[in-house]
Design a binder for this molecule. Structure first.
Ligand code: 13P
Ligand code: SF4
Length: 330
């Protein structure tokens, strides 16, 4: 019988091969313990990655875990800004991201030089930046927030405090409406949450009368109008676990459904429909990570997150402020 061909995969900038016969899950677990590495994964990773992670969470949970870990290596199954945040907090640890191209449309929409020019137009404003931005943009911010703690953090500033909120205009707009604020918004969106269709959602609701809609605040206002609950991924997960309903419509990246279904096998989760004909809502950046890349990344300790030390130090202060200001947020 002919031997199965080796799989060629890029690790950072180098091509490496995987023998398709090896048990990747077993090898990843072996390498993790041999190297004292921790695997942190976001809910939007594919299920087989979530299933071998040491911790699965939302952006806040992941940042907290990164701050607490005693591992020598952090392997981040998520996107670049998340791994970068872990590196900002842990300059002496090796932080690896299975695919360096795993970016984020929100981070890409807010280049640091353009943000500096924007900020200069509002000299009396403080800057609250959503964690979905680059280290260089974080370095120009006063405080970082995530979707779990944004309301809690904004609420700690008096109503007359002028604030710039970047880069997600949907999350910022949601906070402005809910909290009666007038924050100046940077015009960025998440390409996954922006494309949920209000029209299709209304039709879906009409077919499932009484079924609650759970939505992430990165969705735009017309979709959020139809939501019964708005929260971060971990808040959506908790709501579905604890609520008495047995069916939910879920408007966020569909990776979260894996944990929701595990929490409540008897419940039904219906993904909210995007504008396109496709019924799936997967983040193309998050999905660049695969179990094969994860294995190679651990084996070769590549690709690694490397940061300019001046930017790292400037970006650390607003992250530490966030962690301090949102200690009580679950
Ligand atoms: P949370 O992890 O804060 O729910 O945000 C979702 C997201 O889009 C991360 O990129
Ligand atoms: Fe960025 Fe949206 Fe993907 Fe999250 S889901 S990483 S916000 S593009």
């Amino acid at each position: 019988m002919e031997a199965a061909p080796l799989l060629d995969i890029k690790v950072g900038y180098i091509n490496k091969s995987i023998d398709p016969k090896i048990d990747l899950v077993h090898e990843i677990n072996r390498l993790k313990s041999e190297k004292n590495a921790v695997l942190l994964a976001h809910y939007y990773q594919e299920p087989e990655i979530q299933d071998i992670a040491d911790y699965i969470g939302d952006s806040l949970g992941l940042a907290r875990r990164a701050a607490e870990t005693e591992a020598d290596i952090i392997v981040f199954a998520g996107v670049h800004f998340m791994a970068e945040t872990a590196k900002i907090i842990n300059p002496h640890k090796k932080v690896l991201l299975p695919d360096l191209n795993a970016g984020c449309s929100l981070a890409d929409a807010c280049p640091a030089d353009e943000f500096a020019a924007f900020k200069a137009r509002y000299p009396d404003h403080i800057v609250i930046s959503y964690i979905n931005c680059s280290a260089a943009t974080k370095a120009q911010s006063d405080i970082i927030c995530t979707s779990s703690n944004a309301e809690h953090i904004v609420g700690q500033f008096p109503k007359d405090q002028p604030i710039i909120f970047a880069p997600d205009r949907n999350l910022g707009g949601y906070l402005n409406r809910k909290m009666g604020r007038g924050m100046v918004l940077w015009d960025g969106v998440c390409i996954v949450h922006q494309v949920f269709s209000e029209q299709k959602l209304v039709r879906l609701k009409a077919r499932h009368v009484g079924v609650p809609v759970l939505a992430h605040p990165e969705c735009d206002a017309p979709v959020l109008r139809h939501a019964d609950f708005i929260g971060s991924t971990s808040q959506i997960r908790k709501y579905a676990r604890e609520d008495v309903h047995d069916t939910f419509i879920v408007a966020t990246e569909e990776g979260i459904l894996h944990q929701m279904q595990k929490d409540s096998p008897q419940k039904t989760f219906i993904p909210a429909p995007p504008e396109s004909g496709c019924s799936c809502s997967q983040c193309p950046h998050m999905r660049l990570n695969t179990i094969q890349k994860l294995y190679l990344c651990l084996k070769y300790e590549l690709p690694e997150i490397v940061l300019d030390e001046h930017i790292r130090i400037a970006a650390l202060a607003p992250i530490e402020r966030m962690l301090l200001m949102s200690k009580e947020v679950a």
